[in-house]
Design a protein around this ligand. Structure first.
Ligand SMILES: Nc1ncnc2c1ncn2[C@@H]1O[C@H](COP(=O)(O)OP(=O)(O)OP(=O)(O)O)[C@@H](O)[C@H]1O
Ligand SMILES: O=P(O)(O)OC[C@H]1O[C@H](OP(=O)(O)OP(=O)(O)O)[C@H](O)[C@@H]1O
Ligand SMILES: [Mg+2]
Length: 286
């Protein structure tokens, strides 16, 4: 197969580092020397294109790139015909409406007749329409949070993560209109060889993500407690249980999910587990 999967990633910005890290964790090696806008992988039929994030959905729709990594906010705002094939779990943020801190706010209806500055006119107008509110939208491409203080608009609608940009510009968050994270997008109806390469890449991405969400756990426990502990550590199929060289004791090996880690650790300690070791997993094939 000579086909090469073209992957579009952001050249420099909030998505760049995590996008390249993910591709590397999938075992794909490439050289991304400074200023390089295109690079070929050395051990996977892929080429990486370094682009402005706003241009990525368009390139994927046109087939210039087969797949791309962008924020869901940018993908949906672009209204391009692309498939959001897999959420990637990084660059989590929200698109929110903010108003000057001193202004009282009770509901979205308070914004009726007001002006809002944003880089996301489509997402904003859909939200306003859904709520039967009519506003004047000022589209600007950056430094949106400055708008109320220079008299450009009454409110803003922009990306919020920690909220510190809103805060340092005298604004408060009043409505979350969209929640976003990085997503892999693909062209509609990819030709079979590219779909096959995308499937291989997705298989690797899922293994990397599963490994990040789980830890390998080893512990010692009284043999009589195994059933109770297994209940909290079901493992991928079932935990491994081996006798210890001490009568009435065994060693139990399993995986534990990051999300309920502390809660379950407490429960297995109460059930008699001792000498608990928790180890990161590098890849996890389900
Ligand atoms: N503060 C943040 N925390 C988390 N994710 C964010 C944050 N700001 C932006 N993002 C996400 O990262 C994406 C890229 O943000 P960035 O600020 O790098 O975009 P940009 O300035 O438009 O970049 P480009 O120069 O490529 O056009 C956003 O579309 C959003 O999905
Ligand atoms: O809630 P916070 O944690 O403060 O993050 C929100 C800010 O982050 C992004 O800007 P960024 O810093 O990427 O700068 P840019 O808009 O110039 O790209 C976004 O446009 C917000 O301004
Ligand atoms: Mg951009």
């Amino acid at each position: 197969m000579n086909e090469v999967l073209r992957i579009a990633v952001q050249k420099s910005g909030r998505l760049s580092e995590d996008s390249l890290k993910l591709i590397k964790e999938c075992g794909i090696r490439f050289d991304n020397g400074a200023g390089k806008l295109k690079t070929a992988a050395s051990n996977f039929p892929a080429e990486i294109l370094f682009l402005r994030d706003d241009d990525i959905p368009g390139y994927v729709e046109d087939g210039v790139a087969h797949i791309g990594i962008v924020g869901e906010n940018v993908s949906v705002e672009s209204n391009r015909e692309v498939d959001p094939v897999h959420k990637l779990g990084f660059s989590k943020c929200r698109l929110s409406i903010g108003i000057p801190r001193g202004i009282e706010y009770s509901s979205i209806k308070d914004l009726d007749g007001k002006s809002i500055a944003t880089s996301y006119p489509r997402l904003l107008s859909n939200y306003l329409e859904m709520n039967n509110v009519s506003c004047q939208i000022h589209e600007i491409s950056g430094s949106v949070e400055i708008a109320p203080s220079i008299g450009l608009a009454d409110a803003v609608c922009d990306i919020v993560s920690s909220g510190s940009t809103l805060l340092s510009n005298g604004l408060k968050e009043v409505e979350v209109i969209f929640r976003s994270e990085a997503v892999m997008i693909a062209g509609k109806k990819l030709a079979a060889p590219y779909q096959e390469l995308l499937d291989q890449l997705l298989f690797r991405i899922k293994a990397v993500q599963a490994a990040k969400n789980n830890k390998y756990i080893l512990l010692n426990c009284p043999t009589a407690s195994v059933d109770q502990i297994m209940h909290f550590l079901p493992g991928m199929k079932a935990p491994t249980v081996m006798p210890l060289a001490k009568e009435g004791w065994c060693s139990l090996h399993s995986v534990i999910n990051e999300n309920d880690f502390w809660e379950n650790i407490e429960k297995i300690r109460q059930a008699g587990a001792e000498g608990i070791l928790v180890i990161p997993i590098e890849k996890m094939i389900l």
